[in-house]
Design a protein around this ligand. Structure first.
Ligand code: HSE
Length: 443
């Protein structure tokens, strides 16, 4: 590289960037850095220049010109390239090349920018250990949670003065899209999922999204940042959206709610409660109005109160926006500790017992329409000290099970599980009760 290429107009050295992974997001990052080259140089005082790339397939058409950039078949070579000051890891996955690349970069004291939530969620302790050993290496990961929404910056910087009480929200766009479509059209889960797959919104194997795993990874990172601890996916109570039916959507609406898959992390006196689950939320609440594939994150701080951030949680351009924001930080010489507190103070998360969690609940029961069924169900609720808030029954058919919907006043999760198990054993109840939490965000 010539001196003229290496220095920006302001005289500072250009920041030389190596990108490993040129999928949708990687190609968008490459394009953004080119298209906004002048703007970013004005903002950072340095030229931001991609000098090396690596991806699985060199010949793939990505609508970007990589001809002037060094190509590496081995992604780890991007970290070792002496013409690379900053490594951008966009391959994903907690195992293999992504981890090796991050390790190599940190061993050389190079900053890393990544969108890799699985790496942080599953191997947070190892990543912190690598950071402690690294001389000058940092990891920035704005794009790992909620795509283009600056929630990491929100927590780690904008709200750094607050004790965080809770962080919760819609963390998976695929599920939000499916639930929004079910709600708007009355169609069944499988039907909407199939359409989303045909349109390319949902993966061919939707497990990661619809079973709540993706949202749990993101929530674990938000918990870590909120409470200064390591991400801990193992202590997230996780349920997906496969069991939600049009009946639930329509009964929820009748009761004044809509259904959202929420990640919820709350600090209690007994530790951190973490869950990913479909919840009933008041239909006039701000979070209920976040539809389609959008994400939304609430942060509840002791001085600031509740802050709501919403926007696109996925997609090439929104995610590239977050990746490049981190690159801008590096170019400006800004470095922040991984979990918002000094790396040596990052501790394991103290999980609260989720069974002691308090809340109101929705039950969907399919029962034979016989005299005495509601009396039996009421007796079970009474025996477990669970107080009924409302009962709805629709239809009358002596030959077919009919839906009965119950909502409860506040009770413990343990109480609800006991009640559900016992109701499920009644002869007149023909399928296991389906239970959802009602979240009114009162505290
Ligand atoms: N598949 C995720 C979603 C985006 O649907 O929100 C990547 O985490």
């Amino acid at each position: 590289m010539t001196a003229a290429q290496g220095k920006s107009a302001q005289g500072k050295d250009a920041l030389r960037i190596g990108i490993a992974g040129l999928g949708n997001v990687g190609a968008s990052v490459f394009r953004l850095l080119e298209e906004h080259g002048d703007l970013l140089q004005a903002r950072t005082g340095r030229a931001l220049r991609v000098t090396a790339v690596s991806a699985r397939n060199k010949g793939k058409n990505r609508d970007i010109d990589i001809s002037g950039v060094t190509w590496h078949d081995d992604p780890v070579a991007v970290a070792n390239d002496p013409e690379v000051d900053l490594v951008v890891e966009l391959m994903g996955g907690a195992e293999g090349a992504a981890f090796d690349l991050v390790s190599a970069a940190l061993a050389l004291g190079k900053p890393v920018v990544t969108a890799n939530k699985a790496l942080l969620a599953s191997r947070g302790a190892e990543v912190v250990a690598l950071l402690k050993k690294s001389e000058g290496g940092t990891i920035s990961f704005e794009a790992a949670v909620a795509g283009g929404i600056p929630v990491i910056k929100g927590l780690r910087e904008g709200l750094a003065a607050n004790g965080i009480k809770a962080v919760y929200g819609i963390l998976n766009g695929t599920c939000n899209y499916i639930l929004s479509e079910m709600s708007e059209t009355g169609r069944a889960f499988e039907d909407v999922l199939k359409e989303a797959q045909d349109l390319g919104y949902a993966e061919a194997d939707p497990t990661f999204d619809v079973d709540g795993i993706d949202a749990a990874h993101k929530l674990s990172i938000l918990s870590g940042l909120s409470f200064g601890c390591l991400p801990d996916v193992a202590h997230i109570d996780m349920k997906g959206i496969r069991s939600i039916t049009p009946l639930d959507i329509s009964f929820a609406r009748e009761l004044g709610f809509c259904i959202k898959l929420l990640g919820i992390s709350r600090l209690t006196e007994k530790g951190v409660e973490q869950s990913v689950e479909p919840c009933l939320v008041p239909k006039d609440s701000a979070i209920a109005s976040v539809g389609g594939a959008l994400n939304a994150v609430y942060i509840d701080g002791d001085y600031v109160g509740k802050v709501l951030l919403t926007g696109f949680g996925a997609g090439g351009n929104p995610t590239a926006s977050a990746v490049v924001a981190d690159i801008v930080d590096v170019a400006r010489g800004r470095a922040l500790p991984l979990m918002g507190i000094a790396n040596e103070n990052v501790a394991p998360l103290q999980p609260a017992n989720i069974l002691e969690r308090i809340g109101s609940y929705y039950f969907r029961l399919m029962v034979l329409d016989q005299p005495g069924v509601i009396a039996d169900i009421s007796a079970i609720l009474r025996d477990h000290n669970v107080s009924l808030e409302s009962v709805l029954q629709r239809g009358r058919d002596p030959d077919q099970p009919v839906p009965v919907i119950l909502t409860t006043h506040e009770t413990t999760e343990q109480g609800v599980q006991n009640v559900a198990a016992e109701i499920g054993r009644l002869k007149a109840v023909v399928e296991p009760p389906y239970v959802m939490r009602i979240e009114e965000f009162k505290d």
